[in-house]
Design a protein around this ligand. Structure first.
Ligand SMILES: [Ca+2]
Length: 166
């Protein structure tokens, strides 16, 4: 288990670096000046996969959509999110660089998914595009606010039906 945990942490760090680079490249591609102060100040956000479920059991053998909420809070007004910048990448306990595959949400809409009175951004990802398998451990979601500030957050996935003792 310690070995798997270390692998997971390594994957998380590499995937986050990868996604932040992806986000920064998007800013460049848009022709906007990416000021160092803005690019380095990454906002941490709360992600809730399958809102209302815990653990987040996801059938990796079926297609369909995976609902992923970016939870609004006192420090995050989800209406300030540039929806076109939202992207996800799965983390895996059996990490390989080739597994890093950025998926864009099929669609996102604003609504209060957890009934706390604060709006959330509810996105649907294609399970197929996320390349889910029995080694999937979670999903990292990144994007930009409309002012260019990047944000990132993650939540865990429990792939099913899978042998837990792989
Ligand atoms: Ca809410």
């Amino acid at each position: 288990m310690i070995n798997n945990k270390n692998k997971f942490l390594m994957t998380l760090i590499i995937a986050m670096t990868f996604l932040i680079g992806f986000t920064a490249n998007e800013v460049y591609a848009g022709g906007d000046p990416c000021q160092i102060a803005v690019c380095s100040a990454v906002v941490g956000v709360d992600i809730d996969i399958k809102p209302g479920s815990d653990p987040n059991s996801v059938n990796v053998n079926t297609r369909g959509v995976l609902p992923v909420a970016i939870l609004g809070g006192p420090d995050l007004d989800v209406e300030e999110i540039d929806i076109s910048s939202v992207a996800g990448v799965t983390t895996s306990v059996d990490f390989a660089i080739a597994d890093l595959w950025v998926a864009l949400p099929l669609r996102c809409s604003v609504g209060d998914v957890n009934d706390d009175g604060i709006l959330d951004l509810n996105c649907k990802f294609s399970k197929n595009e996320l390349m889910l398998d029995c080694w999937t451990s979670g999903l990292i979601v990144s994007g930009n606010l409309l002012d260019g500030t990047p944000f990132i957050g993650s939540d865990t996935i429990r792939p099913v039906p899978c042998d837990e003792d792989f």
